[in-house]
Design a protein around this ligand. Structure first.
Ligand code: ADP
Length: 322
């Protein structure tokens, strides 16, 4: 006798199918969740980098004000963004200074150019006496001299700004150099009956460019003479203080108001614009001097009191060159 043993597996198959659907469903859900999570995670990482790239590539000479805004992100990226923003801010202010400098330079050149043009037109507009012609030519000559000096100063500044090469230094006897500079400005001082009292010992040495040092010292001397009344005295001293050499130029002239004093080393800064313009000053001499002193590892400082006078001091390290 044959006994057939069996059972209905239909239900098992159904359970297995359900399990399969469950597995596929939950697998897909896990996969989708993983995708979503990965996408949002990588988005959170990439978004700040995209913002940095956007700001950096949008920066141009007409748009230097954009800054990176990272909101709440990784501390390291925040640090990078802050550093870049500071660099952009420095670039912007250097660019603005350059634009201002160019505008000031054109403005300064325009005045003497207009003087020349007006006086030429006036002289040629009708027949003039020889004296009138002479007067017109002399006025044009003064304006041309002024333009020349201005262009010379602009060139010096441009060279000092762009010269990556260090100053070619030699061992300079600063005492002897000061005596030379005093001799150079003596005629100018005589024209205003100004006495220059010099106390400068020889054999005090600094390392520097002779031409540039002459430029700084003569600038201080011509300023001291220009801003003093007739019959005044200007004193110049050179002395060594341990490992530093100090050159000071002291006058008893107009003096500089306290509010203006910190600005006199800025380009084109003049305390009394009209007066200095009339005397041919362009407001570049002290900024050139400061640049030169920086390149020599030295300092230039000014002390002044209105009505009492001014003292400009140059400090250099003593010479190390043999
Ligand atoms: P400038 O060619 O106009 O003299 P500087 O750069 O040498 O240019 O000087 C800047 C400004 O500082 C001058 O215009 C002047 O107002 C002031 N100044 C410089 N030296 C003196 C001084 N010895 N006494 C009074 N004012 C001075």
């Amino acid at each position: 006798m044959i006994v057939l043993v069996g059972r209905n597996v239909h239900a098992d198959f159904r359970d297995l199918r359900n399990l399969l659907y469950l597995l596929i469903g939950s697998g897909t859900a896990v996969f989708a969740l993983g995708l979503l999570g990965g996408w949002s995670l990588s988005g959170a990482t990439v978004r700040p980098i995209a913002e940095i790239t956007r700001v950096a590539s949008d920066l141009s000479e007409t748009n230097l004000s954009d800054r990176i805004d990272l909101g709440e992100t990784d501390a390291e990226l925040q640090k990078l963004a802050r550093t870049l923003n500071e660099t952009f801010a420095r670039l912007q202010s250097a660019f603005n200074r350059q634009v201002q400098f160019t505008a000031d330079a054109f403005h300064e050149l325009r005045t003497p150019l207009s003087v020349v043009q007006i006086h030429q037109e006036l002289a040629l507009s009708k027949e003039r006496t020889p004296e009138e012609y002479r007067e017109a030519i002399e006025t044009c000559q003064r304006a041309t001299t002024r333009m020349n000096a201005l262009v010379e100063s602009l060139l010096t500044l441009a060279r000092l700004d762009t010269d990556a090469a260090p100053v070619l230094k030699e061992r300079v006897d600063i005492g002897a150099l000061v005596w030379d500079c005093v001799e150079q400005v003596q005629l100018l001082a005589d024209s205003k009956c100004i006495r220059i009292e010099t106390q400068a010992a020889f054999d005090v040495y600094v390392d520097g460019s002779r031409n540039q040092l002459v430029q700084v010292i003569t600038n201080l001397l011509t300023n001291a003479i220009a801003y003093s009344l007739s019959d005044a005295e200007v004193s110049v001293t050179v002395h060594q203080q341990s490992d530093e050499v100090v050159v000071s130029v002291c006058d008893t002239g107009d003096g500089i108001p306290a509010a203006d004093l910190p600005h006199v080393f800025e380009r084109f800064y003049r305390v009394d614009k009209q007066r200095t313009q009339d005397s041919g000053g362009s407001g570049l001499g002290l900024s050139i001097s400061k640049k030169i002193m920086d390149a020599h590892g030295g300092r230039i400082v000014a002390e002044s009191a209105v009505g009492e006078g001014s003292t400009f001091m140059l400090t250099f390290p003593v010479a190390s060159l043999a």
